[in-house]
Design a protein around this ligand. Structure first.
Ligand code: SF4
Ligand code: SF4
Length: 157
């Protein structure tokens, strides 16, 4: 017992064996490193392709219907199950996902590893009635005829 007490007492006056984190400026990641995910909701069109190619299924999407018919869409990435394969970013034709060279993924709770963004998708315009379609077609035909008549008149001048 005595040796242990002696050791414990000595340890009280020693410097910590561990190092503080982060310690200074971290070294830069190698070129092409795939680290922390950045999601840009303003570029996203909600095609869902990123979710389909993600093998570990780290993405979740919530769609909330708004009163005016629009939809509020939130896409979240759980980096704690991500393999940083970059397939989601490679398949995103809108470049809305980027894997940065930031490898300092440190957190104390699951939420610290979630990256998410929200955007509002506008509702499609209401469908036209048959009468409105007929009126639209008539106007288009009239405009076409007027253009042709103007072109013919210009030819005869
Ligand atoms: S992030 Fe890209 S791939 Fe994913 S839903 Fe948006 S546009 Fe589609
Ligand atoms: S980088 Fe992560 S989120 Fe993207 S497809 Fe790969 S595992 Fe899924």
């Amino acid at each position: 017992m005595l040796p242990y007490l002696k050791q414990a007492f000595c340890n009280l006056f020693r410097r910590p064996a561990t190092e503080s984190f982060p310690k200074g400026e971290p070294p830069k990641a190698a070129e092409g490193y795939r680290g922390r995910i950045v999601y840009k909701p303003e570029l996203c069109v909600n095609c869902g392709l990123c979710m389909r190619v993600c093998a570990p299924q780290c993405m979740t999407r919530t769609i909330e219907a708004l009163e005016n018919g629009d939809q509020r869409i939130t896409l979240s990435f759980d980096q704690s199950s991500c393999t940083f394969c970059s397939l989601c970013a490679d398949f995103c034709s809108r470049n809305a996902i980027e894997l940065t060279d930031d490898y300092m993924l440190v957190g104390t709770q699951p939420g610290d590893f979630i990256v998410s963004g929200t955007f509002v998708k506008k509702a499609p315009p209401p469908k036209m009635t048959p009468e409105q379609i007929a009126e639209f077609k008539a106007k288009a035909e009239a405009a076409k005829a007027a253009k042709a008549a103007a072109a013919a008149a210009a030819e005869h001048e």
